[in-house]
Design a protein around this ligand. Structure first.
Ligand code: FAD
Length: 449
């Protein structure tokens, strides 16, 4: 028996969860995320923090690189690797309501599971828009959900976290015990360790008024600019996005959609829907009161799709930006664009309160080139041209498929990056937790090969 096999045997014996290596049943699935098929040397499906510590110890002992996977939805495929250790937190998916408001959530849960479980008690947490997205990854970057203007980012609900840092220490972290790590985990967790659970304060919100207003594509400019003007000063109860579907899905005349989620009563609903319905000719209006858990969509994506995703954060709207997007859309039949309104409670948090920095953002423009790499073809050049024209100075780490060093700067401005680099130097000086969107330690040490 070789040293590697003996090591795997010891790892298997030492963890409560499952250890999967090449040749085992389920190895292929274990190394896959939504967009990437990896071939890790070992996948450890961790049943608890001790398993995470064991997986980190194994990686260190064998000089292997580490990937951390929760829901596997990051479009850069960060949750897997080739030849390294993939730490899969999915078995830690407990959602426990500890008292009336504080909820302990394992980072392996999906936000769809969380919403279902909390919905049974009339509770909710503003997280994302898609059921299959994982708690671990969404929280790592911030979490922009359907009640973001009323309740802020998902990380804004956090009161404590349990995290395993690189030496295998399990730390319970909150504002009093480890304020700096607590700060860093809220917006840059992927740089610092493996979070195994979060304690969050949920809100009482059994139902919301949710749905879509469709307008004709011929009114796109008027609806887009009118929507952008309205949402900046709209009541915080309104969270909204404007969606431009890919023209290849339904020809160029695909209507434009204004999606709304109103976390308020009927009078608030009527107050915000009036101006929104007046933006143009409403073709369809599906807004209805539904349980919050039902706002989550269930994405499904063909296995050969490799979406190209890029976003920018902007502190105000300009009609020129709208014109650029609408022009580009005609040249990019595979591109979907969503513009999310931020502000409200999201912006009420001071910029230095969390590692997520960009609190004065009013709009996130997010674009996705759908389909396979073959389909993208020459559209990639137009897609890149669009983003050169939009020239965002800031970005959101969770919506980037091909992140660059410039994107890291866009996600973490100098004030935050230097603070994170100092924190990283303390908790992960060897840069074990690294990918193109993690902040290197202040005194950079090369990562394991
Ligand atoms: C269809 C779809 C819809 C989306 N909708 C939204 C949305 O509405 N709002 C929004 O904000 N984002 C949204 N996202 C983006 C999403 O937040 C990111 O893709 C996020 O990384 C997914 O989390 P995950 O756990 O599924 O990903 P994974 O790929 O499992 O993880 C991504 C990375 O996060 C870090 N990470 C994961 N788990 C942990 C952990 N336990 N501890 C420390 N770090 C960890 C690691 O660096 C990891 O590589 C969406 C993505 C998709 C594909």
């Amino acid at each position: 028996m070789g040293a590697g096999a003996r090591g795997i045997g010891r790892l298997r014996a030492g963890v409560a969860g499952e250890v999967v290596v090449a040749g085992d049943a389920g190895y292929r699935e274990a190394g896959r995320t939504l967009v990437a098929q990896g071939r890790p040397a070992v996948v450890v499906r961790c049943a608890g923090p001790a398993d995470v510590a064991a997986a980190l110890g194994y990686a260190e002992a064998h000089g292997l690189t580490v990937a951390v996977r929760s829901g596997g939805h990051h479009m850069a495929g960060f949750g897997t690797n080739d030849g390294g250790v993939a730490i899969d937190v999915r078995p830690m998916d407990e959602v426990a309501i500890r008292d009336d408001a504080v909820v302990r959530i394992g980072t392996g849960a999906t936000w769809g599971q969380v919403a279902e479980r909390l919905g049974e008690s009339g509770l909710a947490i503003s997280s994302g828009d898609t059921a299959g997205v994982g708690v671990g990854g969404l929280m790592a970057g911030g979490g922009i959900g359907w009640m973001v203007r009323k309740h802020g980012l998902a990380i804004d609900h956090v009161v404590a976290a349990e995290v395993v840092t690189v030496n295998g220490t399990v730390r319970r972290v909150d504002a009093a015990t480890e304020p700096e790590l607590f700060w860093g985990l809220r917006g840059a967790a992927g740089s610092l360790g493996v979070v195994t659970s979060y304690d969050l304060v949920a809100v009482r919100r059994p139902t919301v008024h949710f749905g879509t207003l469709l307008f004709p594509w011929t009114q796109a400019e008027q609806v887009l600019n009118g929507w952008a003007e309205y949402v900046v000063d709209a009541p915080d109860e309104l969270s909204s996005s404007l969606q431009l579907p890919p023209t290849m899905m339904a020809d160029r005349q695909a209507p434009i959609a204004v999606m709304v989620c109103i976390a308020g009563d009927e009078s608030t609903r009527d107050k915000v829907l009036g101006p929104l319905r007046a933006l143009g000719t409403v073709l369809t209006d599906t807004v209805a009161e539904i349980p919050y858990a039902q706002v989550f969509s269930n994405e499904s994506m063909p296995a050969d799709w490799t979406p190209r995703v890029r976003n920018g954060l902007f502190d105000q709207w300009s009609p020129e930006r709208g014109e650029t997007i609408l022009d580009a859309r005609l040249r990019l039949p595979a591109m979907a664009v969503e513009i999310r309104a931020l502000g409200g409670a999201f912006g009420a948090m001071p910029a230095d309160a969390t590692a997520f920095a960009h609190r004065d953002t009013q709009f996130m423009v997010n674009s996705v080139l759908i389909g396979s790499t073959d389909l993208h073809g020459s559209q990639v050049a137009s897609f890149d041209w669009l983003w050169e024209a939009l020239a965002p100075e800031r970005a959101y780490a969770n919506f980037l498929s091909h992140p660059t060093a410039a994107d890291l700067d866009r996600c973490y401005p100098e004030s935050h990056r230097s603070r994170l680099a100092a924190l990283k130097q303390e908790v992960d000086p060897g840069d074990v937790f690294h990918n193109s969107l993690t902040v290197p330690p202040a005194e950079r040490v090369p990562p394991a090969a």
